[in-house]
Design a binder for this molecule. Structure first.
Ligand code: NAP
Length: 286
């Protein structure tokens, strides 16, 4: 196995990025550089990560010199970027990563395993995956299903005690907590199958009906269920009125979170029970 020492994390103070940066730092065996876009801005999470040993490097992703300076000496580049320009930024990082001998690139995936043509928002990920495979750099794609902390986005409204099923109630939805996704990302560096491969993991793989049951048990009450068949039907049949971009993306994403086979057993830890995240969501809503 390769030995990696220096990790550069683009977007390492973001929603998921913060957890991944923290997990690399608490492992204790890595030097962690976090790439943030210029101009410098105040960011509490960045300050916290610096206090734990991270170095923050501000870059203009369009300036090659900035990227060379940020990436030289890096063994593993983890991109946890989000936003409309991600394909462009990752492409620029890939060019420089090759030039400065970065050993492995983990691109921003961290969701379902979307194929080209699934959705305009995810095509940029699928396209970059192909570029990366051809680049000659080692790569790992990490698929973790939906963020467990985003179950609200998936239709579970804790405040209203209401569940909206945007896909069939029997559809299995894989979800993983942010802290477990971070642990899988760190440990993937030691998993042989992750070298030039994909890792498919899940903290829970339950049907919508089963998640609902857990929410009901945790709140001690029966929830109202809304079957959003209309959006679902319009999405599946591609008919007018076309669902909003957000709804269209939601139905597509929820339809692509489950995996035929999981790689959880290649890792040394057991992900935390989904009920822990559900209890946190309930206390945050109070
Ligand atoms: N599976 C799921 O349920 C799920 C849910 C949400 C997201 N995701 C995926 O997880 C990954 C990370 O998402 P996230 O929600 O954690 O990201 P995020 O917090 O929205 O953003 C991550 C970082 O990207 C950088 N960034 C944002 N816009 C940028 C731009 N225009 N140019 C340059 N940098 C920019 C920012 O870093 P700086 O300001 O520090 O430079 C930001 O902190 C993405 O691939 C996303 O699609 C998955």
């Amino acid at each position: 196995m390769q030995s990696f020492k220096t990790i550069a994390i683009a977007g390492g103070t973001g929603t998921l990025g913060y957890y991944v940066s923290e997990a690399f730092l608490s492992d204790g065996s890595y030097k962690v550089k976090i790439l943030r876009k210029k101009p410098e801005t105040v960011n509490e999470k960045a300050n916290l990560l610096v206090s734990k040993g991270a170095e923050i490097v501000y870059v203009d992703y369009n300036q090659k010199d900035d990227l060379v300076n940020a990436l030289k000496g890096t063994d593993v580049l983890v991109s946890i970027l989000s936003g409309f320009d991600t394909y462009n930024i990752q492409s620029k990082m890939l060019t420089v990563a090759k030039e400065v001998d970065v050993k492995r690139f983990i691109p921003t995936e961290f969701g379902g395993e979307y194929k080209l043509g699934d959705h305009i928002c995810t095509d940029t990920k699928a396209k970059f995956r192909e570029d990366l495979k051809k680049s000659g750099l080692e790569y790992t794609f990490i698929y973790n299903g939906a963020f467990q902390e985003f179950l609200g986005w998936g239709g579970f409204d804790v405040k209203k005690k209401e569940a909206t099923f945007f896909v069939d109630e029997n559809k299995i939805i894989s979800t993983t907590s942010l802290s477990d996704i971070a642990k899988y990302t760190v440990e993937s560096l030691k998993v042989p199958e992750a070298r030039n491969g994909a890792i498919r993991v899940a903290g829970a793989a339950l049907t919508l009906k089963e998640y609902l049951q857990k929410f009901e048990e945790a709140t001690g009450s029966k929830w109202k269920v809304i079957e959003d068949k209309e959006v679902r039907y319009r999405y599946l049949n591609k008919i007018d009125p076309v669902p909003s971009d957000a709804d269209d993306f939601k139905v597509m994403a929820l339809n692509h979170t489950s995996f035929e086979k999981l790689d959880n057993d290649k890792f040394s830890f057991t992900p935390r029970p989904v009920t822990e995240t559900i209890n946190e969501l309930i206390s945050q809503a109070q």
